[in-house]
Design a protein around this ligand. Structure first.
Ligand SMILES: [Zn+2]
Length: 112
């Protein structure tokens, strides 16, 4: 399936997720994100001329990526050196396409 940020500067092509994760940690609850996890390099992520920005905090294990033009959070990536490298795609950008996909609720607020 394909998804994109609002202005279509960032386009992602990925196999449909079998489930998505909603997390209540301090960052995910603000982003209202629905994450689907993939091995690094598996989702095809095309970044247009407007570019991307990233945000990292706390233990700095993750880079949250957003479109520099429209500001949508498109995905996050583990930083180099993490034991479980992954890319998480924000399916909150395409809620209709994942309306039938089971949602896993992750209590990140207790862990992070
Ligand atoms: Zn955009």
């Amino acid at each position: 399936m394909q998804l994109s940020c609002h202005c279509e500067n960032v386009k992602i092509t990925v196999t449909p997720p079998s489930q998505v994760t909603e997390c209540n940690c301090s960052i995910c609850s603000r982003y209202m994100s629905l994450w689907g996890y993939y091995p690094p390099g598996e989702p095809r992520i095309e970044i247009g001329a407007a570019g991307i920005s990233s945000y990292s905090w706390g233990d700095n294990e993750l880079d949250f990526i957003r479109c520099s033009h429209c500001g949508c959070i498109t995905h996050y990536e583990t930083k180099p050196g993490q034991t479980n490298p992954k890319v998480a795609i924000n399916f909150g950008m395409e809620r209709k396409q994942v309306a039938e996909v089971p949602v896993r609720y992750f209590n990140g607020a207790e862990l992070l």
